[in-house]
Design a protein around this ligand. Sequence first.
Ligand SMILES: [Zn+2]
Length: 310
Amino acid sequence: MSDSAMPFQLTILGSSSALPTSNRYPTAQVLNVRGRFFLIDCGEGTQTQMRKYKIGFSKINHIFISHLHGDHIFGLIGLISTFALLGRTNDMHVYAHSELQNFLVPQIKFLYPEDIPFRIVSHPLNFKKEQLIFEDKTASVYSFPLDHRIPTCGFRFEEKPVLPNLIPEKLKEYNIPIRYRQGIKEGSDFITYDGRIIPNSELTTNKHKARTFAFCSDTRINESYIESIKNVDLLYHEATFASDNQALAQTTYHSTGEDAARIAQKADVGKLIIGHFSARYKDHKTILAEAVRIFPNTEAISEGQVFNVG
Ligand SMILES: [Zn+2]
């Protein structure tokens, strides 16, 4: 299968920080890992953005919430109400601080005294250390602590490796019995009857590298989470401020473009994308320019942008 048949694709629904602007939405992103959709943060307007960028509501079964600030969660109740209107019955899994319940349950009770037609399954995050929070045959998701004013987690999404294809002509040429074929797919060489070693590379094709994405919002920079994002193909890191507000970034537990770029450099990631821009900046030109000087492969995100990894 080609990579277009196996998407690892991030869609940006919101690129802004807490204060509303006329053309940007607060944080929300959707990652599609080979047809498995993960919603990451759910700022106000997320559901309208999903409609706009054609993310099917029924595809969303897993929502990851980095922290309980309004600009990352105000979209939840709207989305839940729409799910209820559409008669959803599938469980919705939410990975967040356990206190999210105190915010959501009273709203749901108020709006739906008879209850909603689906279950919300909550998975509390660990804010002390990295943790595997989701796993199936397609992907694994890890949470790891960030350094923000309130407990906050980043997330790392890892695609499960896809086994390569066997080359039919080679199977015939070396007369390879069926019982050895799975082993060869998993990387073994083949030894013929007369003791010749046929290297795996000669027998397989379409080797596929498992792709990774990490999400870091909101946080001030801290060496502690570099290990958790090491070598990812794509890193989203917040960059609320430009360097003119370095001191403010520290006291408000946020990052500058330069901060994000330094983290990307230390973690040796493939590509950096930055967002969560403060509404005080007319555009993100300065923040981006400052980041690019340190980590050239950096892009500023905007609504509707799609990043394909691999
Ligand atoms: Zn925040």
